[in-house]
Design a protein around this ligand. Structure first.
Ligand SMILES: Cc1cc2nc3c(=O)[nH]c(=O)nc-3n(C[C@H](O)[C@H](O)[C@H](O)COP(=O)(O)O)c2cc1C
Length: 458
């Protein structure tokens, strides 16, 4: 079985409904737009991405301000280190209204939202957008989020995934609770829909009780595609079971190839077709009119716009560890790494990439200027296209999640300068051939899942 489904890469735009991109200091860049609280900002970017025939505009999320550092939000607010996160369904709704083909994805947490709510939101978006919705399943990261939802501490790592397993299955069944063709709308006979085709679930599981059915008919895509970005062993198994798109954060080509091979094997082991599941590393793209321009820009975003304290604040929230008791020049010891509970892989990855060099907190924090690890493709449009093509060719990925230095500029530049190079190389579409996100991704519309063997009595 081929691991790769196509010679065409998938492109996803990594978006934030926020005052900043993934670069914590991006709000200070002179051409960053300031109208991120206005619907036209998101609509403008969505149209740009559709012009560039992107598969998907995808928004990340976090359900709290960064508040782990010093047990306070003061630094996040002061430095603009992502204190703003808008509600994503509203944002995607306005983007749906401004576009016709672009896929629209949002992050929703299985730890803090109820399944019925998530199923209903994405089914609604899928209908209103004509089959363009996608759900990024996350289990969330830290205690600050827990405290906004009536809990003291975030659930343990594997317990979060157990809950997520039941959650995604339940959401899938809710999407399937109306059979296709259930609505008859026979005005003369007064028969709206066939009750035999709309099913209650009576789900009683370990974590949830839901009667159903959903109040939204079966979505145009059947079930909107699932995105997942688990990188731990448990996370990779979860992604192998459920995901249509898998986002990764591999810092270099060798690690990306290894992750690609491992993840596709896990998918095949579960009896799914690995060529139908796209693996997409997050890539930082810095494109310039000349190579020197691009490199200068990279330096400004990485080193000059972001205050080390802002980076440390964001590092604390991602690792769920309060670094305020340490000085910036303290060494990050193995013991310290062991006490980190959030995205521990991030710290281990930085540690590994530095080899024998000592890792100070300042140095670790500086990696936080770019949120997660991932390749940086820097240069002219053609150079960036060439670097992306090389990763794709090496079976390190099936496309990319393109992260922006600044908005909307990065995506305007990418569409103008990089997309033509990818098209010339024959690895990216010149026009959409379908209208739904599943069609862009070459994924069939799924049949309804079989009814569970044993339903609890109503
Ligand atoms: C491109 C990308 C985007 C992500 N977006 C989010 C997000 O919006 N919210 C979130 O809580 N986690 C996000 N994550 C983190 C993952 O959901 C996951 O927690 C992380 O990769 C660690 O994997 P693990 O849970 O298996 O340890 C993202 C990861 C990647 C690579």
């Amino acid at each position: 079985m081929s691991r790769r489904r196509t010679d065409q890469m998938a492109l996803v735009a990594f978006m934030q409904a926020s005052n900043v991109s993934v670069f914590a200091g991006s709000w200070r860049w002179p051409s960053s737009a300031e109208d991120y609280l206005d619907l036209r900002y998101y609509q403008r970017i969505a149209r740009t991405l559709e012009d560039g025939t992107f598969d998907l505009m995808f928004f990340d999320d976090r359900l709290a301000m960064p508040a782990i550092y010093g047990d306070s939000v003061a630094e996040a607010v002061r430095y603009g280190a992502r204190p703003i996160k808008l509600d994503l369904m509203t944002v995607l709704g306005v983007c749906a209204g401004a576009t016709e083909k672009l896929g629209l994805g949002a992050t929703y947490s299985t730890t803090y939202y109820p399944p019925f709510h998530v199923a209903r939101s994405f089914a609604t978006l899928d209908h209103l957008s004509g089959g363009r919705a996608a759900w990024n399943v996350v289990t969330s990261v830290n205690d600050a989020e827990a405290r906004n939802f009536g809990m003291d501490v975030h659930l343990g790592h594997d317990a979060r995934y157990d809950r997520a397993d039941e959650f995604v299955e339940l959401v899938s069944r809710l999407w399937d609770s109306w059979e296709d063709g259930a609505i008859i709308a026979d005005r003369a006979a007064g028969m709206f829909a066939d009750p035999a085709k709309v099913h209650e679930l009576h789900h009683r599981g370990e974590f949830f009780e839901v009667r159903g059915p959903l109040t939204v008919p079966r979505p145009p895509q059947g079930r909107p595609p699932i995105i997942q970005a688990g990188s731990s062993g448990r996370g990779r198994d979860f992604a192998a079971k459920w995901a249509d798109l898998i986002f990764t954060a591999a810092p270099n080509l060798a690690m990306a190839k290894e992750h690609y091979r491992d993840q596709k094997e896990r998918i095949a082991t579960l009896g799914r077709d690995p060529s139908k599941v796209r693996m997409l590393p997050m890539a930082y793209v810095v494109v310039g009119e000349t190579e020197a321009h691009a490199k200068e820009k990279e330096d400004i975003f990485l080193n000059q716009l972001v205050d080390p304290m802002a980076s440390l604040t964001l590092l604390s929230e991602l690792t769920n560890y309060d670094f305020s008791g340490h000085a910036l020049d303290d060494e990050v010891t193995d013991e310290l790494i062991d006490s980190v509970s959030g995205i521990r892989g991030l710290v281990q990855g930085v540690r590994k990439s530095l080899g024998d060099q000592p890792l100070t907190l300042r140095r670790l924090a500086s990696h936080r200027a770019t949120l997660l690890q991932g390749p940086r493709f820097v240069g002219t449009g053609d150079q960036v296209a060439e670097q992306m093509h090389a990763w794709f060719d090496e079976e390190a990925c099936d496309g990319f999640v393109v992260a922006a230095t600044h908005l909307p500029g990065t995506f305007e530049e990418f569409v103008r300068m990089v997309v033509p190079g990818l098209r010339r190389r024959g690895v990216f579409r010149t026009a959409y051939s379908g209208t739904t996100l599943r069609e862009h991704l070459g994924l069939a519309r799924p049949e309804r899942m079989p009814e569970p063997a044993v339903l609890a009595a109503p």
